[in-house]
Design a protein around this ligand. Structure first.
Ligand code: UD1
Ligand code: MG
Length: 461
């Protein structure tokens, strides 16, 4: 029988150096909480189960991850050694190997986890410490080796002598350890004098004399970078962004000025799509072949069909069907389903609405809580008035309708097919199929009236 492979993820800390309200491990990178990357990669790896240690604002993690992991609680944050010990209730005495991961290493990847696990299993190590080299190792624990090159201790940055600070080999914070042995050694860790914390790193010096302690040296150092402050968040985000953009470009997506383009993890983009500068595409989004997105656009949780153009615009939780153009300066706010061959143009907002084929709102319009048919033209300044101060109401518009400029359609209201609404109307009643609706005061011209109003100027020529 295969031995059980487990993960313990430490995520109970405050993340004091972040200076943010949100606990560090839940902080988003590319709009997705850091901890989700770690859990996703564990799920994709060869590991069988995950125990997560949470404490500070633990409900944030429980809400995010639900039952994807088992939780144990660390009430007081007394250090990484103490945090790991909290898993004893669930794991003490069990056989198998346990990989310990930190909740602040968002760039860890399932292939790396597998490699580390396999390397541990193929060695006869009781403990494998994953190390790497950083040119600037500040903040990381340093790896101490003896004259035979064997690891003998990890010393935290704060506790290092001047000489030890020169060491560039650092502790990644990942360890694979024989599970039974782990829970035997954890209670032996003593409080560090300087920080009054129980350092997990002390398992190295405690085990090295009587057990096999080895290292796995990572070549891609960035994969195990620890994120401790908001600057590090930006560095991690840059790595992620570069890697995602590169993959899309190799798949046939043309990205212009990729340093300014941010694409989230779960975004799906067909080949022959062009992404223009200053564009962000995140969430569960899909962009289909032939579409051109950007410049200066933001798309989140949205589906863009083939040959669509989105320029200088925002598209959130919405769908745009084939060949439509969005923008410049349009806002599909939420649950907008724009039909094929539509034009949603300058300063037009669409929310919770659907449109049929070939419908156009080219300038200055608000379309909310509306079902619109095909070949409808919203003139400049038309508004579906959906809110009466208390409740939202629906507008239904048929096919082949012309909504004149500066028109208010006061919902709830139904406009039939082939209706023509005169410019400047405020329409409060339903309009039947085929009708012309005019709802405005008639113009009166009073001849020669100016003499009552305007004192003529003395025009000198
Ligand atoms: C830790 C390591 C350091 C290593 C670095 C790699 C220790 C003592 N130091 O330092 O050797 O080079 O990671 O990034 O282990 N946590 C808890 N409970 C606690 C304290 C922390 O769950 O009481 C969690 C945090 O939420 C975090 C993780 O453990 O996800 C690491 O804690 P952090 O404070 O970031 O440790 P570092 O100083 O980065
Ligand atoms: Mg850290």
């Amino acid at each position: 029988m295969m031995q059980t492979r487990r993960a313990i993820v430490l995520a109970a800390g405050k993340g004091t150096r972040m200076k943010t309200e949100l606990p560090k491990c839940a902080f988003p990178i590319l709009k997705k909480p850091m901890i989700e990357y770690i859990v996703e990669n564990i799920e994709k790896s060869i590991l069988d189960e995950t125990v997560m240690v949470i404490g500070h604002k633990r409900e944030v993690f429980e809400t995010l991850l639900k039952d994807r992991v088992q939780y144990v609680y660390q009430e007081e944050q007394l250090g990484t050694g103490h945090a790991t010990l909290m898993a004893a209730d669930l794991l003490e005495g069990k056989s198998g190997s346990t990989i310990i991961l930190l909740g602040d290493m968002p760039l860890i990847d399932n292939r790396v986890i597998n490699k580390i696990m396999n390397a541990h299993e193929n060695s006869n190590n009781d403990l494998t410490v994953v190390t790497t080299h950083f040119d600037n190792p500040k903040g990381y624990g340093r790896i101490i080796r003896n004259q035979y090159d064997r690891i003998t201790a990890i010393i935290e940055d704060l506790d290092c002598t001047k000489e030890q600070k020169q060491i560039k080999e650092v502790n990644s914070g990942i360890y694979v350890v024989n599970n039974k042995l782990l829970f035997e050694v954890l209670p032996k860790i003593e409080k560090s004098r300087r920080k009054s914390e129980y350092y997990l790193t002390d398992i190295v010096s405690l085990l090295q004399e009587n057990h096999h302690v080895g290292t796995f040296v990572m070549r891609d150092a960035y994969r195990v970078m620890g994120v401790n402050d908001l600057y590090a968040i930006s560095v991690a985000e840059r790595y992620m962004r570069d890697e995602i953009n590169r993959q899309h470009m190799l798949n046939g997506v043309s990205i212009i000025n990729p340093d300014t383009v941010t694409i989230g993890h779960n975004v799906n983009i067909d080949s022959n799509v062009t992404i223009q500068p200053n564009t962000t595409i995140t969430g569960e989004s899909k962009i289909m072949e032939g579409s051109i997105i950007g410049p200066n656009s933001e798309i989140h949780n949205s589906i863009i069909y083939r040959d669509v153009q989105v320029k200088h615009s925002l598209v959130f939780d919405s769908t745009v069907k084939a060949r439509s153009t969005i923008g410049p300066f349009a806002h599909l706010r939420s649950n907008a389903v724009v039909g094929p061959d539509n034009r949603i143009g300058n300063f037009v907002e669409v929310k919770n609405s659907t449109t049929g084929d070939q419908t156009k709102a080219s300038h200055l319009a608000y379309i909310g809580d509306t079902t619109t048919g095909s070949n409808v033209n919203f003139g400049c300044g038309s508004v579906t008035v959906n809110y009466d101060g208390k409740e939202k109401h629906k507008t239904v518009i048929g096919n082949d309708v012309f909504v004149g400029c500066n028109t208010n359609l006061i919902a709830p209201i139904t406009i039939g097919d082939r209706v023509f609404i005169a410019a400047g109307s405020t329409v409060t009643k339903d309009v039947p199929t085929g009708a012309l609706a005019i709802a405005r005061n008639q113009q009166i011209n009073k001849e020669d009236y100016s003499k009552h109003l305007i004192k003529p100027k003395n025009h000198t020529k």
